[in-house]
Design a binder for this molecule. Structure first.
Ligand code: AMP
Length: 142
């Protein structure tokens, strides 16, 4: 199971916002799209990622007025990405090492999708169930 398979099932659409948007715009987008993070872009370039965790931290530190400030002030600029050929295990390792739950997918220098921890858990569970079924079949027919 690899990233190409995951994004072929869930689609390649990634919710992105430009650098000039406010933190309040990010909040509205996360709520409307029912997602946990947006990728900040300028044209085809990935400039950062901002998740609900960044917003909670910003609110805790600065209070509600922070929603008028630029989202770029609170995003993570050094974005870790994965490729379409990465395995689910590699994605899990990157998420665990970086302590984040979202991994944009890059193919030929362009954003090609996003994998969340929810996608990873779903596909890993399917893999485990398939392996268990294969073992049961093997035992039954051996
Ligand atoms: P998350 O667990 O995805 O809500 O994100 C937790 C923290 O990691 C936040 O500060 C995010 O901005 C940051 N983050 C999320 N995804 C990535 C990523 N792929 N690369 C780098 N930082 C990230």
């Amino acid at each position: 199971m690899n990233v190409a398979r995951i994004i072929s099932e869930k689609g390649r659409n990634v919710v992105t916002l430009g650098e000039a948007v406010s933190l309040g715009d990010v909040v509205a987008t996360l709520a409307e799209k029912r997602i946990g993070a947006v990728v900040v872009v300028q044209g085809a370039d990935i400039r950062g990622i901002i998740s609900e965790r960044d917003i909670v931290r910003a609110l805790a530190k600065h209070g509600g007025d922070v929603l008028d400030r630029p989202a770029a002030d609170f995003m993570t600029s050094k974005v870790v990405t994965c490729g379409v050929d990465d395995s689910v295990q590699e994605v899990m390792q990157k998420m665990t090492a970086g302590r984040f739950r979202h991994l944009p997918v890059v193919e030929q220098n362009a954003l090609a999708g996003i994998v969340s921890i929810g996608d990873v858990v779903k596909h890993r569970m399917l893999e485990v169930e398939r392996e268990a079924a294969e073992i049961r079949e093997y035992i039954a027919t051996a």
